[in-house]
Design a binder for this molecule. Sequence first.
Ligand code: AVJ
Length: 313
Amino acid sequence: MAFRFVDFPSARDDLLADVLAGLAARPKSIPPKYFYDEAGCRLFDAICQQPEYALTRTERALMAARLPEIASAVGKVDCIIEPGAGDCGKVCALLDALHPGQLVVMDIAGSALAAAAEQLAHAHPGIEVTALGMDFMRDLEAAAAYPGPGRRLVYYPGSSIGNFPPVEAIALLARFRHLVGATGQLLIGFDLKKDPQQLHRAYNDAAGDTAAFNLNLLQRINRELGADFDLARFRHYAFYNPVAGRIEMHLVSLTGQTVSVANQHFHFEPGETLLTEYSYKYHRDEFSTIAGQAGWHRVSEWAQDGFAVQLFD
Ligand code: AVJ
């Protein structure tokens, strides 16, 4: 078995700096990458089980059904790189079809990633697995040192790209381009524009898991930064904005209140919002166009039930 774990400087400092900067901004906001502490990961898994939230199920079904076609379109790949791999569940499904010699996975939750990647290395003794505990938004370029020579494929599933406004998405896709070089490829999954009512329901599930997931961000900040958000005085508010082509997820203050974080005080007016997530939705060609602006050329695409996977070189 070949496995290594490299931990990059803790993301904890970033949480504090990003929360302070976000609460000072207008509108107040917190980056969605901080949803995924232990409880947040469990709540996200619960969201994925809800009947209204089909995104993850649909992608998994698409990948399973089209894997042979995808593998032949991709061809020979020496190293698969996945930014934000989480529990490595998605990339695991690719390995037996693409059989790369190397796998490089990154995640901001380093210890959970390391545990999952080590198991994966045990199960695939032919693959050299490198786990990087990093915030790839900050340290992505450092990952270039780990793959050996050969053809690199960035795998970015789950519509994670939807968290970034188009201009930032283009910048990130350009960083992926640079990471894999001229012979590299990108396999990316994203959610398609669809009936706004259906999208609305997906982010307002009847079981309340999305609301709990959203509020858990405040709980995490309370615990990790010693803040004093009163969760009963904020309400989950999510809706689809068809002009911007995105879900917006907010936590709205139900009262006038002051919250303290690291000895700094932040006032909320009644009804003031804390923006916690954008989830952009694209038309198929619209997405290929933004990827094109980052230097990618579409090779193939697969789409079903409102979700698309595109391959670029
Ligand atoms: C993991 C970013 C794809 O945008 O649908 C689910 C996160 N937020 N429900 C999404 C999420 C609320 C999800 N992504």
